[in-house]
Design a protein around this ligand. Sequence first.
Ligand code: URA
Length: 260
Amino acid sequence: MPTLKQLALESLTHMVEGGQERLAVDDEARGILRQWMQRARLGTRPSASAAEAELSVEQKLDYLRQRAADWKPARQLGTLRETMVFAVGNPRARLMLVGEAPGYEEERQGEPFVGPAGQLLTRILAAMGMQRSEVYISNVCKFRPSMGDNQGTGNRPPNAEELAACLPLILAEIRAIRPACIVCLGGSSAKGLLGTQEGVNALRGKWLECQSVPVRVTYHPSYLLRNEALSARRALWEDMMAVMQHLGMPISEKQQNYFR
Ligand code: URA
């Protein structure tokens, strides 16, 4: 069980990351905080980061999932739908894949990447020799962006405000998991994690960084569903081979020649 102090530290970190600059504290809370500060200065108690490190990855993710369900910065916008779709996969994964936001099918099933784009992603992972359960799959935005009353099965990408509101959650997931590398699937994910306005074409083909974790940007699987050109498939596959190489996975001659 996480201690009260660990939960308080996590909470305060998320408030700061969510843009909150002030917090009303009563005298009792002020006294406790003062004690913590004095002990930290004297080195008699674990520092904030050591206390955070005491939580297991699973505990951190459980906590984040709970926070996400009631994530005020996103709820306050009023432009995202009600259902929160968190993440799926292995909390101890070496590979983390980050998409943009849940769509119709993801919202219905409460799991990222389970619709048509998700099925393609599962096939891409299989071509790499990996299963969904081995990797960690998440989104920069945890709620399906709303398109009003007649949305039906329609989806839209999250806008800049919606991305910014949800960003602290995915950044905290990355800190909890510390994967060996991250793949940004599509431009929204890259915008969020890398804080860039550049598009996928300019960003792919090189290693970038988010919170000191190597990042590779590639096309969103839904782009490949719309554009079946061999060159687009090959480009995504080359990005995935770079990831495999980074992870020290063997690449067979057959794999090297896919989509040539
Ligand atoms: N597209 C995404 O970016 N994420 C999902 O979870 C599903 C489709």
